[in-house]
Design a binder for this molecule. Sequence first.
Ligand code: PHE
Length: 346
Amino acid sequence: MLEKIIALIKEISAFSVNNSEELELFRLKYLSKKGLISELFEDFKNVPVSDKKEIGQNLNLLKQNALEKYNILKSNLSNSEETDSGFDFTRPSHLYSLGTRHPISIVRNELIDIFTRIGFVVSEGPEIEDDDHVFTKLNFAPEHPARDMQDTFYISRLSTEDSSPEDILLRTHTSSVQVRVMQGQKPPIRTISPGRVFRNEAISARAHCIFHQVEGLYIDENVSFADLRQTLLFFAREMFGKDTEIRLRPSYFPFTEPSAEMDVSCKICGGKGCNVCKHTGWLEILGCGMVHPNVLEACNIDSKKYTGFAFGMGIERAAMLKYGVNDLRLYFENDIRFLDQFKTTL
Ligand code: PHE
């Protein structure tokens, strides 16, 4: 019997199980009421008294080993069942990719930031507009050729020959928002209107049928061209750097008189001349001028008492100059490789 007990102790210590069914078989074989160990305890009754001490000790040891083994096998099994859930908790995780703001939004926010610092407030208006707000109130005569300057997408048109103030169209500039502000507020008015505009132009590296503008308007008593120039110089230096110079060239817009186009010194070559500025040292950035008295009167503002200046620029163009991007279409293609390069807090 002693040999049998020692053989079982060895057998039990070498025992291993792969699943709970095998563990149950272990329990049945050794530890159940009809198991081998109970059987040995039965037989123990017949052991001669002289052997009882030695055999009894070994038998107890066997039972204790079997119980311990059972508990160890059971806890190993439940641990390994946990990790068999299909997850490897030690693997490094995927990097969480945070998106970036679109360069047009970055530059728009920057423009808003610059102008709100000097007292301008942001105003917005509808993208689908009527002719009255986009053209007529801005001093475009019905048959004025200037309407052709901005190839318009019409939604509904009363006549195919002539324009009418009731025609519905996609706004070609956000000056329409400023008309709405002038109609609804009394001077002093200091506002900028960022937004999307639409023109029926062939898509190329320099033009798109949808683009974004920020236009500005300041109306008060005694507003002069010098105020316009100083405001724009402040903007140019905040946007493109402290050494930036500006120059104003005479131009024409129906809604401003006098009108000008503004250039900024090319920051790529520092004004010496390069491919980007076509060797002129200057880059065209915006249109501006003193608000035409006809516009003020059309919006019920007394043009004898008040004067004002206005300016407008394309955000795509400003962003191209700021970032040295040479193809405007990149802003619309949503190529992650392009967009990922613009990281900012604005
Ligand atoms: N509205 C003009 C445009 O879209 C820009 C502009 C605004 C020019 C205000 C002068 C004054 O081209």
